[in-house]
Design a protein around this ligand. Structure first.
Ligand code: IFM
Length: 439
């Protein structure tokens, strides 16, 4: 194994909605995902997040398992409606939960990495339009200030918005995530307000004098053309413009793509001063990568649609495109002006089976992780300032509209009993980390 920077982080990640449960305990208010789960036909099997995998009560056991695996960073998100009430005042009981979790992590020598927004918008803000309303970005600023004042003494690594593409397009255009709209106008409003919210978080972080680093967490797709037909090449360029550059260029370079400004009135008319906030310098950037989209021309407004090529698949079903991973990291690093990069999510879902002997032989996940970690590490030789890698996910959990039908964890969870069981991939990751640290 190659020599890694001494502070290279090996972590794993989760998100509040997906693992916590305790949906209405200790003063937690409803989020848009509590509401979405109640809407018929939105979630496979009618699954809900009411109990999820009960991390809220079992966090200590989960921290012990992380320590056993040897993970040195744990990336988790704070549930906004758990820590703040409708008047934007703190909910002390919710804050106490995260304080307990942070203390438990530090006790085991695990460094926390906090995601400020991983999709659980308080329902009271959705009633005012959610991310289509700029007020939501300013409410987010108040929430971030609260988080920095209460948690920055425990944590020096902060991520602002997780996967802006999902918060906007998947939620406001394709409608498969909460709140489930199908409107391009709403989507463009959400894009801008999400970008603004990111910038407001960075500004609040600096104003609060927090130590450590802050940055966004982007699922930059860097789509490729399915064929060398010029129309497909153009489709891939458009796809990247609308799905990636619309987030990366404002944040890292201070402007929207010209082409999108020409086509999207909402962005053209956005308050001019907002861009100064959106483009405030960040310390690092998170890249979430699962697979590369291959696209061809389509007469569908966006000018592109995904095609499934003959690659091996995971259960999502997503193709395995590991050879494209280094290109994606390099492209992201270049767009982000060479700042430190963390792979904040990477992983795969498979229909893992708990054997009678209490073991889970998830060989395909081991192959996926080994090849992707090595591909990521290869970018160190390409000049990328790669600082860490986080497996998605620590635990099997609620996979949004798929409910509990997709297992991404290093740790198997029996959804009836909530019993945890380390999969073979957890033992693989343990050994990989040990070897990496020895070199
Ligand atoms: O589970 C999600 C996570 O919440 C965000 N990134 C992708 C993962 C797998 O779909």
């Amino acid at each position: 194994m190659k020599k890694l920077p001494y502070d290279f982080a090996f972590g794993s990640a989760t998100a509040s909605v997906q693992v916590e449960g305790a949906w209405n305990e200790d003063g937690k208010l409803p989020s848009i995902w509590d509401d979405f789960c109640k809407r018929k036909g939105k979630i496979d099997n009618g699954d809900t997040v009411e109990v999820s995998v009960d991390h809220y009560h079992r966090y200590q056991e989960d921290v012990d398992l992380m320590a056993y695996i040897g993970i040195d960073h744990y990336r988790f998100s704070i549930s906004w409606p758990r820590v703040m009430d409708e008047s934007l005042r703190p909910n002390e009981k919710g804050i106490a939960f995260y304080t307990r979790l942070l203390e438990a992590l530090l006790e085991k020598g695990i460094k926390p990495a906090i995601t400020l927004y991983h999709w659980d918008l308080p329902s009271f803000l959705q009633k005012q339009g959610g991310w289509t309303n700029p007020l939501c970005a300013y409410a987010f600023e108040a929430y971030c200030k609260l988080c920095f004042s209460r948690f920055s003494r425990y944590c020096d690594m902060w991520f602002t918005m997780n996967e802006p593409l999902c918060i906007s397009y998947v939620s406001y255009l394709w409608g498969t995530h909460a709140p489930g709209y199908h409107s391009m106008e709403k989507t463009m409003k959400a894009v801008h307000n999400i970008n603004l919210a990111h910038g407001l978080a960075v500004r609040a972080f600096r104003d609060a004098g927090c130590k450590g680093q802050i940055g966004p967490c982007i699922n930059a797709s860097y789509s490729k053309p399915a064929t060398q037909d010029p129309r497909d090449i153009e489709a891939a360029r458009r796809d990247n413009c609308y799905k990636t550059d619309i987030f990366t260029l404002p944040v890292f370079q201070g402007h929207y793509p010209e082409e999108i400004l020409r086509e999207q009135k909402v962005l053209r008319n956005a308050p001019k001063g907002d861009m100064n906030i959106i483009s405030l310098p960040v310390d690092m950037a998170g890249l979430n990568y699962y697979h590369t989209d291959y696209v061809k021309y389509a007469d569908n407004g966006l000018g592109a649609e995904g095609v499934i090529l003959d690659f091996p698949m995971t259960d999502m079903p997503w193709t395995i495109t590991v050879d494209d991973f280094p290109f994606c990291i390099k492209s992201f690093s270049e767009q982000a002006n060479g700042i430190p990069i963390y792979i904040t999510e990477n992983g795969c879902a498979y229909d893992d089976v708990l054997e009678n002997d209490g073991e889970v032989h998830d060989i395909r996940r081991i192959d996926y992780l080994r090849s992707h970690i090595n591909a990521a590490l290869s970018t160190l030789d390409m000049g990328v300032d790669l600082k860490g890698y986080f497996v998605w996910s620590l635990l099997d959990n609620f996979e949004w509209s798929y409910g509990y039908s997709k297992r991404f964890g290093l740790i198997y969870v029996d959804y009836m009993t909530k019993r945890r069981c380390l999969k073979d991939s957890a033992f693989f990751y343990k050994e990989f980390i040990e070897n990496a640290k020895q070199v």
